[in-house]
Design a protein around this ligand. Structure first.
Ligand code: FBP
Length: 362
């Protein structure tokens, strides 16, 4: 079996090719979770089954996306506005319902909270024995859906603490280190599922002929530095001077290249494997930024810390940030250690300049 402590190059199998290929083809997600936990305990079985249900949701959404252009009434807007104040896409609602459906009759997840629902959704038949809460963004990169550019689903699993009798999910308002597992599904040329249970980051590729997610990259390590910077420069004049100075720096220095796909999952996926930094800073209008902490930024921060990278709000690690409400937003700077540290140095310098300017006024 594949050694868990070394990034295994799964494209160049060891000598006993035949056994290895069979073994690789049998390394499904649920099996990999159990191997990671090295246990068949009820908790391990539950987490493995939970991940398998997320994989099923991914397959159902991938199938819909792959045929959306040939089907009536699948693309476009619903005409509604969600709790974020954003116009809702039909695919957002479809994907949201899929995640709810796959957990029905599971006894696993009692409560689901998503970008598309004002309040958490309870699956009565799973409560109270279902001790897990699933937080998710059913379609990340919604602006890409109607033009067939990659999108994703982001998920985070937490233990339910307490009864949450008033349904306000106060027990979820804790930092990201409380996550038991996190990951995303990328709907791109191939469909990939990337996850972590706190034991490294691993990627699975959907094999349509098997209908199974098969292990394709194990123990992914994000390079210390990468040439890519990924940010919507259209917001340049809305940013704090320190972020503008960082962008001016990469514009003036060799070796940097811009990549921004409009879906954080896709931009993050590139950086996870090839290094670099993704930024969605706060703006004058939205100092707290755009991306949601509990089901967008915290799951990605959980992954990047496991792959050797960093994730910050600019002033604290994303995994230490505590949301004041379910749909709280946060500025996000995430990626390779050196590149995130460079952005932070500009922010700290900016803070020092502001401090000195204030002192000078006194
Ligand atoms: P959604 O989850 O509503 O799609 O919002 C998140 C997101 O689409 C990210 O995936 C992406 O990085 C960002 O918003 C794009 O925002 P903008 O269009 O302002 O650059």
């Amino acid at each position: 079996m594949i050694a868990a402590d070394s990034p295994t190059d799964l494209q160049n199998p060891p000598s006993s090719g035949r056994d290895y290929a069979i073994d690789r083809d049998c390394t499904t997600l649920s099996r990999h979770v159990l191997e990671q936990l090295q246990s068949f305990s009820p908790d391990a079985q539950d987490l493995s089954a939970l991940m398998n249900r997320i994989a099923l949701a991914g397959k159902l959404i991938a199938r819909r996306l792959s045929r959306a252009g040939l089907m009536e009434g699948v693309l476009g807007f619903t005409g509604d506005v969600n709790v974020q104040g954003e116009s809702v896409k039909k695919m957002d609602i479809f994907a949201n319902e899929v995640f709810i459906s796959v957990f029905k009759q599971s006894g696993l997840v009692c409560r689901l909270a998503s970008e598309e629902m004002d309040d958490p959704y309870y699956i009565p038949e799973n409560c109270p024995m279902g001790r897990y809460t699933l937080l998710y963004d059913p379609i990340d990169g919604s602006s890409n859906v109607d033009i067939n550019i990659n999108v994703g689903s982001i998920f985070s699993i937490r233990q339910q603490e307490g009864e949450d009798t008033d349904g306000t999910a106060q027990d979820l308002l804790h930092n990201g280190r409380k996550q038991l597992a996190a990951g995303y599904i990328l709907y791109g040329p191939s469909t990939m599922l990337v996850y972590s249970i706190g034991k490294g980051v691993h990627a699975f590729t959907l094999d349509p002929s098997l209908g199974e997610f098969i292990l394709s990259n194990e123990n992914i390590q994000t390079p210390e530095h990468g040439p890519v910077y990924s940010v919507n420069e259209g917001n340049f004049w809305q940013w704090d001077e320190s972020i503008r100075n960082y962008i001016r720096y990469v514009h003036r220095h060799e070796g940097y290249t811009a990549r921004y796909g409009g879906a954080m999952v896709g931009d993050f996926h590139r950086i996870l494997f090839q290094g670099g930094v993704f930024l969605y800073p706060g703006t004058v209008k939205k100092p707290e930024g755009k991306l949601r902490l509990l089901y967008e930024s915290a799951p990605m921060a959980f992954l990047i810390e496991q792959s050797g990278g960093l994730a910050t709000t600019g002033t604290q690690d994303i995994l230490d940030a505590i949301p004041e409400k379910l749909h709280a937003r946060t500025p996000l700077i995430i990626g390779s250690k050196e590149d995130v540290a460079l952005v932070k140095s500009f922010i700290q310098e900016g803070a020092r300049d502001q401090e000195e300017a204030l002192m000078a006024k006194r």
